[in-house]
Write a protein of this length. Structure first.
Length: 97
């Protein structure tokens, strides 16, 4: 799906493989499984929910389990990497045990 400048309200939207540019979302539920890339550029979100399913849910469960085991430094490094403007920069050298 490719959407430009559209408004979405009260919908469930599968993100995998989709491109949304300059769209407005209100009261939507987004499903993300991490099977295909997603582009979200210049869009706004009001009162939306994000649901991770399939491989994305497995990734979130893994990160949660690391955090609960006390691997907080590793989890923080993962999120520092996500916040980085350069996808090739990796923060920290955390290791799961």
């Amino acid at each position: 799906m490719i959407a430009v400048g559209q408004r979405f309200e009260n919908q469930t939207i599968s993100l995998d493989g989709a491109t949304f540019r300059d769209c407005t979302f209100s009261n939507c539920v987004f499903l993300f499984s991490a099977l295909l890339p997603v582009i979200l550029e210049g869009s706004s979100f009001t009162n939306c929910q994000w649901e991770f399913v399939g491989p994305a849910a497995n990734t979130m469960a893994f990160i949660r389990s690391l955090y609960r085991r006390g691997e907080t430094e590793l989890v923080e490094a993962i999120f520092a990497d996500a916040r980085s403007a350069d996808p090739h920069i990796h923060h920290g050298e955390g290791h799961a045990h």
